[in-house]
Design a protein around this ligand. Structure first.
Ligand code: FAQ
Length: 326
């Protein structure tokens, strides 16, 4: 369905229409679902919003794994609420993607057959309770850094979904930070656990912002269309600048010998992540890619009866309404 839509738009693209569209973007107007848009704009949005939605849903898995092992009732309730929020974010984003003419079934199919990606970070394991703190602090922290500017993105439904998502993500980031703060006041073993979580998650968190600008395939066009508001490196730098001070307050050491404040730039210098590892992870060969995708596929297959039952129920209701109207 969506492939046909993109094809018919591509054939209807004349330079005047494209220029008018770009002028709307440049004036800061929001593009809405029924407006004309270039095929490439639609395709890029479907890719980015779809990938973002998948990340929220797959992102439930590493934390969901810890709900039954949370150390206190309060921590369990917080984690449960957070994981539910991520499901909600996925749903807002799937709805936003659907306004572009792609169905939810098509999006899931592309996730399951590997045609669509989800964030690299969720292909790493969560090994200890401190990882729950590090995920909130670093992963949600990186997600917010990327998503706050997306509240001003040019596509209306995406921008509006981001407003709500950002509010919840900031609660997530704080609960993670609070968890680590609490553990850092505990025993030496707990402090070591926090440092170990940071050691394992630091570079994967930096990778969340995508490849360096010189290797980013989509940034230039996405920024011209205001689908992206900042480059990958700009956001990564902002994240490092803010996070270093938070680590210091926790009493944790960022695992990077090259990390130092640079007076002349007014930013921290830091080491690049291992880009070979990043490419391995996004091409399906990270530590947990197989496990994550299998979990999503089984959830889809195991949920088939629910989808069928809901469809049957909806059909029955609409038949009843039709009969009553007659
Ligand atoms: N992982 O040309 P660029 C969250 C791919 S939400 C996997 O720079 P672009 C909430 C990219 O797709 C986290 N793939 O790409 C949460 C492209 O491949 P393609 C998700 C990546 O799109 C917290 C290729 O590399 N957030 O965590 C990654 O302009 C806790 C070239 O890259 C969003 O999705 C990556 N990290 O920039 C949930 C935000 N980076 O598609 C649970 C919206 C790049 O051509 C628990 N997305 N690639 O085959 C964006 O802002 C952008 O899509 C970027 C990538 C910045 C991620």
């Amino acid at each position: 369905m969506y492939a046909q839509l993109v094809k018919s738009e591509a054939s209807a693209e004349d330079p005047i229409r494209l220029a008018e569209f770009q002028a709307r973007i440049d004036r800061g107007e929001k593009i809405e679902p029924k407006d004309w848009m270039p095929a490439g704009y639609r395709k890029t949005l479907i890719r980015q919003i779809g990938q973002h939605a998948h990340s929220e849903i797959v992102g439930q898995l590493p934390e969901g794994n810890w709900i039954t092992r949370a150390p206190t009732l309060e921590r369990k309730a917080n984690l449960l609420a957070k994981v539910q929020d991520e499901a909600g974010h996925g749903l807002y984003l799937y709805c936003a993607a659907e306004t572009l003419g792609v169905s939810r079934d098509e999006l899931f199919e592309m996730l399951h057959n590997g045609k669509m990606k989800y964030s690299s970070i969720f292909n790493y394991p969560t090994l200890t309770w401190a990882d729950m703190g590090a995920v909130g602090w670093l992963v949600d922290g990186a997600a917010i850094m990327n998503q706050v500017p997306l509240q001003r993105t040019s596509y209306g439904p995406y921008a509006r979904a981001m407003v709500r998502i950002c509010k919840e993500e900031s609660f997530h980031q704080r609960q993670g930070y609070h968890l680590l703060l609490h553990m850092m006041k505990g025993s030496e073993a707990q402090q070591r656990m926090c440092q170990d979580a940071l050691n394992r998650m630091w570079f994967p968190a930096l990778m969340m912002f995508g490849p360096s600008d010189k290797d980013s395939v989509h940034s230039a066009q996405s920024m011209a269309w205001k689908i992206k508001m900042n480059t990958n490196d700009e956001l990564r730098q902002k994240f490092v600048d803010e996070t270093v001070r938070q680590a210091e307050f926790l009493g944790l050491q960022i695992p990077d010998d090259a990390l130092r404040w640079n007076e002349s730039t007014g930013h921290y210098d830091f080491s690049e992540p291992d880009w070979d590892e990043f490419h391995d992870v996004i091409s399906g060969n990270g530590p947990c890619n197989h496990e994550r995708l299998e979990a999503r596929k089984s959830a889809w297959n195991d949920g088939a009866w629910v989808r069928e039952a809901r469809m049957a129920h909806a059909m029955k209701n609409s038949e009843r309404r039709l009969a009553a109207a007659e």
